[in-house]
Design a protein around this ligand. Structure first.
Ligand code: IVH
Length: 671
């Protein structure tokens, strides 16, 4: 039946396509053939091409945008995305249930929902008035990366919600989901990479996570991704789902057209949980997506609120992990392999074996002591296990009677890559030549330019590899000597991109002390420790010259960490390279906090993007004035600073009567 106007026909086609999409992805019961679907789709495409003014962003034709993104933008989650407490032991599950029973009072009839623990990439999806407005990676749980354009390409993600039975579409619905790559798609994708002479991915999880962070949405669309939604993060108005239990939440989310896994089960006893766990272990290899355990969630939502969360995980949920999969094979060779941080790992090359649907040919033996303890040698029969990644671990040697064995494996005295004598750090053998050893150099360059370090746009894995292979960068400081005319010689570079990268490197030579510290890749020094060190010492030389005792004055730095930091700075090659780096760089040190500053003790919350400064800069300004930046709005908050496209925090501030200022007002406050 043809509607009269193109606009009405377009509306009808969209509704029909949305409906069939829902039947296919959410209900797993398609009612029309792929060909029939394509026919409707092409009719819609044709009509939209004839009437471009009628194209809307949520039309089924508008999943794959044309433009490549410049980079990913960091955004705050509507609510923190916490992790899960976990264990593979049933006794730990029992303790979890006991804690809950105790907290809620024994008279409660406590129900739990068991769900498969999907081994993918965690994602926040935000729908405003039923329209998909944002997809954000988990990041550090508080902020993640905006990957909306990529998420839109996943066919199972509805661009708009359906009106559910008994519940109208809420003004705001933020949910938590897992993006997974189907195993068959993963294998096909890896085969293609290998055929093209490229490195295959380690696991479906890595491939999915990598796909989400691609800058070109068209490439994402190529990697058939799937999604399962499993929890609410934020709903406005509160209670709009009309659900009082997780079991109902899953049902409502499904009614809204979101894809929900069909394996969850509502239970009330430990026995049922154990049986469900075993059932999923048995079903595991039949599924077309990776799972690595069972997530047990308290069903009653009000009781969840009562229990609350620690900073790491909610008290109402627990992950009952699966034991790793095991297989038997034989060692063909053991060789030392130098990793990015200089740790030399003995790796066993094995007779290839299939384990949980993936063929593996190498396994790690971790370190010198492990090889000695397990006494694994060339030719031995071994048992290996695989957790999530393709690279498994050697569990044990399987003795064979009367078999003559090869000599013991011996760790070389010198680095197999650069010849520097290895040093022993506990059970590990380490090449101390951090910035010049060719095996470490490429990784060092990538890390130095990464997001939380110098954040050099365009300096990715491929580029770093070419720099090292073509001898353009022999040690880290060479990075600042690169010239555009050298880069244009490399594959993938033209004059414009070469100049852009050289400019980006030059610009990054002026950077925050903590970014520089983190970028050095000192063992144990992550993002947070780097910040703490920078804030405490406020000078690179002071950190470099600090001894164990002085370092341990910083909260959170213990003897293990201080020892590694001191050793890093004492190493001769490192010291030389650091001097060279410092001569080429300009480090910005944090300002001293103003004592009794006019904002002493004031708490700030930021929402939305700032125009004239980054969040990092804003935070520094607040701290320099004696204030503090916190993540969420409460009565104790003094100011909420509103930027472009503010989130729900603005509303919360208004509800609680907290002072709201814009960027200009903020500048006035901090002077
Ligand atoms: S609920 C605050 N349910 O497991 C509770 N998480 O190891 C949030 N995950 O980062 C988690 N399947 O990405 C939940 N059915 C499921 C899950 C699940 C996989 C992931 C999640 C989390 C990780 C923790």
């Amino acid at each position: 039946m043809r509607a009269k106007s193109p606009s009405a026909r377009i509306d009808a086609l969209r509704a029909e396509l949305d409906h069939h999409n829902y039947l296919y992805h959410v209900r797993d019961s398609p009612k029309i053939s792929d060909q029939a679907y394509d026919k409707l789709f092409h009719e819609l495409k044709r009509l939209e091409a004839e009437h471009p003014d009628l194209v809307t962003p949520d039309s089924p034709t508008q999943r794959v945008g044309g433009a490549t993104l410049e980079g990913l933008v960091t955004v705050e989650h509507t609510a923190p995305m916490r992790s899960l407490d976990s264990s593979p032991e049933l006794a730990e599950v029992e303790r979890f249930m006991e804690r809950i029973a105790k907290a809620l009072g024994d008279d409660h009839d406590i129900a739990y929902v068991c769900e498969p623990k999907l081994d993918g990439a965690s994602l926040e999806l935000v729908y405003e008035k039923g329209r998909l407005v944002r997809g954000v990676t988990r990041g550090d749980g508080r902020v993640g990366e905006d990957v909306t354009e990529n998420v839109r390409t996943i066919p199972a993600v509805p661009l708009k919600l359906r009106a559910a039975k008994g519940a109208s579409v809420p003004a705001l619905l933020a949910v938590r989901a897992e993006v997974v790559m189907p195993i068959d798609a993963f294998e096909a994708f890896n085969e293609k990479l290998i055929a093209e002479g490229k490195e295959p991915f380690a696991s479906p999880r890595n491939t999915a996570a990598g796909a989400l962070r691609q800058l070109d949405p068209r490439l994402v669309a190529e990697r058939t991704l799937d999604i399962y939604v499993y929890d609410q993060l934020q709903v406005e108005p509160a209670g709009a789902l009309g659900a009082t239990a997780q079991w109902e939440v899953l049902e409502v989310l499904r009614d809204f057209g979101l894809r929900v896994n069909d394996l969850p089960l509502r239970v009330t006893s430990l026995d049922e949980i154990a049986a469900y766990h075993q059932r999923l272990i048995d079903a595991r290899d039949e599924l077309n997506y990776e799972i690595d355990g069972v997530v047990i969630k308290l069903d009653d939502l009000a009781a969840r609120d009562e229990l609350g969360s620690t900073s790491h995980h909610p008290r109402w949920a627990f992950a009952f992990k699966f034991p790793p999969r095991k297989e038997i094979t034989r060692v063909l060779e053991i060789f030392p392999s130098v990793g990015r941080t200089g740790v030399v790992t003995p790796v066993a090359m094995m007779r290839p074996v299939e384990i949980g649907g993936v063929t593996v040919a190498r396994a790690t033996l971790h370190n010198r002591e492990e090889v000695a303890r397990k006494d694994v040698r060339r030719g031995d029969k071994i048992r290996i296990q695989r957790a999530g990644d393709v690279i498994p671990q050697v569990v044990e040697r399987i003795p064979e009677k009367g078999k003559r064995r090869k000599p013991k494996f011996k760790m070389p005295a010198k680095c197999p890559s650069c010849g520097t004598p290895l040093i022993e750090r506990g059970p590990f053998s380490v090449c101390p030549n951090s910035f010049e050893c060719p095996a470490q150099l490429m990784g060092r360059i990538i890390h130095f330019g990464s997001r939380y370090a110098l954040d050099i746009e365009g300096l990715g894995e491929e580029t770093a590899k070419m720099f090292v292979e073509h001898g353009l960068v022999k040690h880290l400081p060479d990075l600042f000597e690169l010239r555009p005319e050298q880069l244009v010689e490399l594959e993938g570079f033209a004059e414009k991109s070469a100049t852009a990268l050289v400019d980006a490197i030059a610009k990054a030579s002026k950077t925050d002390l903590h970014r520089f510290l983190y970028g050095l890749g000192i063992p144990e020094v992550g993002n947070t420790v780097a910040r703490d060190l920078a804030d405490h010492f406020r000078s690179f030389e002071a950190i470099r010259n600090a001894d164990d005792e002085v370092l341990q004055e910083v909260a959170g730095i213990g003897p293990r960490m201080s020892e590694q930091i001191v050793a890093f700075f004492e190493e001769e090659h490192n010291a030389k390279v650091l001097d060279e780096l410092l001569a080429k760089m300009d480090l910005i040190v944090p300002e001293a906090p103003a004592e009794g500053g006019k904002l002493e003790g004031a708490k700030f919350v930021f929402t939305g993007g700032l125009e004239t400064m980054s969040r990092d800069e804003a935070k520094r300004l607040v701290e320099a004035a004696g204030g503090k930046v916190v993540g969420s709005v409460s009565k104790a908050t003094n100011y909420v600073v509103v930027g472009d496209k503010p989130g729900s925090k603005l509303k919360k501030a208004e509800e609680l009567g907290v002072a709201v200022v814009d960027e200009e007002g903020f500048r006035g406050l901090v002077g």
